[in-house]
Design a protein. Structure first.
Length: 348
C-alpha cells in the first residue's frame, strides 16, 4: 500500500509496543521483511517539556526508515507542538493512540478513554494534521468502550473528517481481554464507510491469519503486534506465501538460535550490560516458546546474569532440541497462556 510518497507494497506494519519496540526489535523485524515499524508510544507533553524518557522513546537511526512515531495526548496544543518538534526528524508517519486500554493510561483520560469523546478526538487529530505538513497522520482506534458500546464507525469518520491519512483498528473493545476473539467484521464495516486506508490489527500470529483477515475485511494492510514477539519470521513467511502460495512453515531450531543471538547482540550494543541482559530474557523465551523444553529454558534464562551467559544457554538449548532431548510440550496450553498474557511464564 502507499503511504504518502512511500510505497510499502505488500509489506506489513509492526505495532508500537511498550518495553518491546526498541531499536533491536525494530531492526530485526525489518531484516525479516517488515514494511514499517514504530517507536514506542511517547507522551506529547513529554516531548514538548523535553523529558529525557520521552525523547529517548522516539529516538531512531536513519537506517530504520521507514518508521513511524506514535503519540499519546489529550491536549491539542501539546500535540501540535509535539508534531512540530518530531517532524524535524522526518518520520514517515505520525500516529495518535486512541486504542491503549491500560488503566495507567486511561485513568488520565488518554488512549482509549477518548473513544467516547469524538469532539476532542477531532480536535486532537486536526491539531496534528495542521502541524505535520506532508507527513501522514494516522489514528489507532479500538471498537469502543465495550462490545455494547461500539462506536468505531463514528470514530473512523471523525478521524477522516479531520485529516487523518489512514486508520489502524484493533478489533476489540476497550474492556475486552486478549483471550476474547477479535471482531474482524467491524474492520470490514469501517473499510466500507471511509475513503482512507484501513489497517487491521488483532490476533495475527501466522501468515494464514493475515490472509484470512485481509480476505474477510478487505483491509488495505495489517499491523502485527504480539504475533511478532520472538517471531520476526512471520514477515518473511508472509512474503513467501504471497510469492509462491506456500507457507514455508516455522523456522528451524538453528534459525531461531541465529536470530535470538543476533537480537541479544543488538541489545548489548543498545544498552548497558545489566539492562541488556534483563531485556534479552523475555525475548529469548518468546523465540523458543513454540519449541519443546520451553519450561526448562525459562528456568535457566531467568537466572542468567549476563548476555554472554544467555547466549551459552541458547547454544546448549538448541543442541538439545536438535538431538530430540526434550519431551513434547503442551503447545496448545503455552499458546493459550501467551494469548492471554505475553509474559506467560510469570503466571506460575
Amino acid at each position: 500500500m502507499k503511504l504518502g510518497k512511500l510505497d510499502l507494497g505488500s509489506k506489513l506494519f509492526v505495532a508500537p509496543m511498550a518495553d518491546v519496540s526498541d531499536a533491536p526489535f525494530r531492526k530485526i523485524c525489518k531484516e525479516y521483511g517488515a514494511g514499517l515499524t514504530f517507536t514506542q508510544m511517547v507522551s506529547a507533553k513529554g516531548i514538548v517539556d523535553n523529558e529525557f524518557y520521552a525523547l529517548r522513546q522516539f529516538a531512531y537511526s536513519r537506517d530504520e526508515k521507514p518508521i513511524g512515531v506514535q503519540l499519546i495526548g489529550n491536549e491539542p496544543d501539546y500535540l501540535y507542538q509535539a508534531v512540530t518538534e518530531i517532524k524535524r526528524y522526518k518520520p514517515d508517519l505520525i500516529d495518535i493512540n486512541f486504542g491503549c486500554s491500560v488503566q495507567n493510561v486511561t485513568k488520565h483520560n488518554l488512549g482509549a478513554a477518548i473513544l467516547d469523546n469524538p469532539l476532542l478526538m477531532g480536535e486532537l487529530v486536526k491539531a496534528m494534521v495542521s502541524a505535520a505538513d506532508d507527513i501522514p497522520v494516522s489514528v489507532k482506534l479500538r471498537l469502543g468502550q465495550s462490545i455494547n458500546r461500539v462506536n468505531i464507525l463514528e470514530s473512523a469518520q471523525v478521524a477522516q473528517d479531520n485529516g487523518a491519512s489512514l486508520i489502524f483498528i484493533h478489533a476489540r473493545a476497550r474492556n475486552s481481554r486478549y483471550k476474547d476473539k477479535p471482531m474482524w467484521e467491524w474492520i470490514k464495516k469501517v473499510k466500507e464507510a471511509v475513503d482512507i486506508p484501513v489497517i487491521g490489527n488483532g490476533s495475527l500470529f501466522t501468515p494464514q491469519d493475515i490472509i484470512n483477515m485481509t480476505a474477510e475485511t478487505s483491509c488495505d494492510s495489517v499491523m502485527i503486534a504480539r504475533g511478532a514477539l520472538g517471531n520476526p519470521f512471520i514477515f518473511s513467511r508472509y512474503a513467501e506465501y504471497l510469492k509462491n502460495g506456500v507457507d514455508p512453515g516455522e523456522p528451524s531450531f538453528n534459525e531461531i538460535e541465529k536470530t535470538s543471538i543476533h537480537h541479544c547482540e543488538l541489545l548489548s550494543k543498545e544498552y548497558a550490560d545489566n539492562i541488556a541482559a534483563i531485556k534479552a530474557k523475555k525475548n529469548i523465551i518468546w523465540y523458543y516458546k513454540n519449541c519443546d523444553g520451553i519450561n526448562a529454558l525459562i528456568e535457566k534464562i531467568i537466572s542468567a546474569k549476563s548476555i554472554e551467559n544467555e547466549i551459552e544457554i541458547i547454544h546448549d538449548h538448541t543442541e538439545k532440541l536438535n538431538a530430540g532431548f526434550y519431551p513434547p510440550e503442551d503447545r496448545e496450553l503455552i499458546n493459550k497462556k501467551f494469548g492471554e498474557r505475553v509474559v506467560f511464564w510469570l503466571d506460575k
